[in-house]
Each structure stands twice: as structure tokens, then as C-alpha cells.
Design a protein around this ligand. Sequence first.
Ligand SMILES: [Zn+2]
Length: 503
Amino acid sequence: MSDVVRKVIALSVIIIGAGLLWAVKTPQNEAEAAKNHTDAAIAEARERATSDDPRLKTAHREERGGWIYVHLEGDPSTIGFQHGYELGPEIEDAFAAVSAGMVHSTRRDWPFFRRVAREMLWPKIDSEYQQELQGIAQGLAARTGSQLDVYDIVAFNAFEEVPDYYVPWLDKQEKLSNAPNLKSPGNCSAFVATGSWTKDGQIVIAHNNWTSYVNGERWRIIFDIEPANGYRMLMDGFPGVIASDDDFGINSDGLMVTETTITQFEGWDPNGKPEFVRARKALQYAGSIDDYTRIMLEGNNGGYANDWLLGDRKSGEIAQLELGLKAYKLWRTKDGAFAGSNWARDPKVIQLDTPEFEPNNLETSPNARRVRWEQLLNENKGKIDVPLAQKMLADHEDTFAKKTDANERVLCGHVDASDRGVKEWAWSANYPGGAVQGKATDSAMAKEMKLVARVGHPCGADFEAKPFLAAHPEFAWQEPYLRDMKAGPWTRFAAGENSTAKK
Ligand SMILES: [Zn+2]
């Protein structure tokens, strides 16, 4: 056979093969294409029908610096509907990831969480927030056709309090012999400073959020909420959740709010009001440190127990509210600084609410970071401003090992890089968690309802899921949800951005 003939035959085989392949695949492709076409047409019709909904007229969404900024405005049900609609795809995605985590860590199924939401949480929620939560379910259904109902949304809103506070309490009540090792989380590094501590004598407040990277990569919403009642709010947040939840926010009456959680907190009051409701209510209605404290204490259920760091730009006063369940303590000053990195400091709170916490063990993440905050704030007394705060949130000084290292003991946490993990929070070696984003503001910016924020590690390092999972197959269960967490640029946000575009 000549080379030419051989080539012709070879080519024919390829062409005939391809033709056969095409012939075999076509009917299936057509069926698939037809189905996709129908699905797309239904989705488009739904979007067309609802995007004309008058409730959406005052809402606005835009994406910048890796963040999704949403403006929500109106009565509670309208705010909820706008939230559910504008963030519909993100809510579905976040719900899938968070609910999988809740079920995995507690070994309780989703119907359990729905039951908790319906029977325990729902009756304690103010009607204003019941309406908002119902609005979220409705807006979500209108946007994506989601089947999630209001009890799914309520259980999801309680993701910081039910799995790690209620469930361990319940496991104890039920005397479960094989109960999972559940610990209250250790979220965040933060400070608030005022008076002679800051450059301009006014308040500076800053916070980086520590969570699993699964949740943290999704914690990239900036909510600008203009409610019919109460103050306007600008806060970072999570899709589908009515409170900031990590928490960082300011309101139009001058309150500046953040927190870090109390490590090894234990306790729950089943008759209390959910923390996510109290936290949202306090940001919306508190015009002073006293108001804030009163609202957080009303129906305190012990869920997601935090050291709240507060500022009132009207008076220049700052405060730390250490909110245990059996005890609490409020410190306040017009000249000083309060820091948080997941440690309780009131002896009574430690004794009654965090009996296992070791305040003097400087090797642990909370205490090593406490030492670093003391160093940084003291060294920079009188110079603290927002740019400096951004640098502090990105700090990698390990005070216990006395070296620079991205690990679990530094303000910008990288627990995935530590083979120690954080046992106080039940984070095993190389747990994919740490500082996932940062925010800062000061009195002058807060007066104009402005803040700066960065997605991803505040130091700018990227987390890459694929090589991590290859190196740590013990976290393979997270694979469907764990994504790359790329750091964005520090980005400025203000309330009311582009809100005229739609009006
Ligand atoms: Zn870092």
C-alpha cells in the first residue's frame, strides 16, 4: 500500500468515526439542548416576571473588589424579599455549603435543624424579623425557584449558634456517650481605640473574620440596609443571613460594632432569643452603648457568645461587652483601646461560662494573639488610624515562637499551615480555616457611613483548594464546597452607592 492510500484510509476512518460519533450523540444532544432551553426559558420568564416586582425598585446590587454590595430598603418583608432575590444564587450556594458543615460536625440530619428552627427559635423571633426571614424565602424562590422555606432559612441563620452551642448542650442533656467533639468557635481578631490612642483622637475600629475557608470565601457581602424603622446600617455579611454575623457594622446614629467570640464557652438557654436576631436588632436600634448592651441582654440565649467591641462616635466613647450567659461584664472608656482575639478576661465569666479556658497558657491561638494586640496597640499609641489598622489585621508575628510565621497564633490566621491546629475550637491539624477577610473604619468615615474591606486573607495571600486537598485528604468531605480564596484589594464602600441608578 502506498503512503497516499494509507493516509486516505486513515483519514476516512477518522471522518467516518467522527460522523458515527456525531450520529450517535445527536439525539441525546438535542434532547439535552431542548431541556436546557426549556429550563433557561422558565428561569428567564421567572426573572422577567419578578424583576418588575415593585418591591425590587429600591434594591441595588453591584460587585467590586471581590465583594457583592447590596442596598436593601423598605419594610421588613420588602427588605427580606430584596435580600432573597438580589442574592438568590449566592444564598443557594452558601446554604448547600453551610448545611453540609452543620450536618457533618454534629451528626444530626437537616430535619433536626429545621425542627429546632420551627419549635425553639421561631417563636422567640420578633415579628419584624419573622417577616424579613419570610421575605428572604419568598425572594429566593422568585429568583431561583428554590424550595427552601422559612424554617430552612431560620436554621441557616442560626449556623453560628445551633451547631456549636445548642447541640453540645443538648448532647449533654441527652447524655450521649458517642457525642461528637463540638466546641464553640474562635472567630476573629479585632480592636477598637479612642482618645490619645488614635491619630485624630476619635474612634478607630477594625476586625478580621476567622472561619473555615468554606464559609469564609462566601462571607463577602456588604449590606447597606435602610429599614423603615430604626437606623440605617452598613455591615459586612453572609448571603441569606440577617445579621452581619462575623460581626462588623456601623449605624447612622453613630454606633460602631464588632466582636470576637469567647473560646471554650459552654451554655445555652432554650428559652432565649436567637443571637442572630439580637445582634441584628442591636445594630438597627441602638443609639448608644447602653442601648446596645440592653438589647443584647434581652433574652440572652448564650448562643454565639462574644466579646463585643463598641464605639459611639457621638461621644468618642468605646466599650467592651463580654457577654457570657451566667455572667457578663461591660468596660468603657473615652481614652483607651480594647482588643479581642477570642479570650474572656472577666474572672467571673471565665469561671462560670468558660470553665476550661486557660487564660495564662500563652501557647494558644487566643492568648498568643492577645499578647500581640497588646504589643501592637502600645507600640502605636497615638498613631492608630485606618491604614495602620489594615496593616495590623495582616500581622504575622507569632509571640509564642517569637518569629514571623503565617500560622494559627498570628492576627492574620492561617491554620491550614499549622500542624498544631487549634484544639480549643476542635480545629484539627491543618484545618482549612483562619482569617478570611478584614474591615476597618473610623469616626470620620462612619459619619459618612463608609468602611474599607478586603476579601481573603488580610495579608493578601491566596488560598488554593486543589493543592491543599491533595496534601490533606482528611478534608476530602469539604471538596464539593471548598474553593480557592483569593485576596482582593482593600476597597472602600459607602451607604447609598449608586442607589440613584435604579430610581
Ligand atoms: Zn496572612
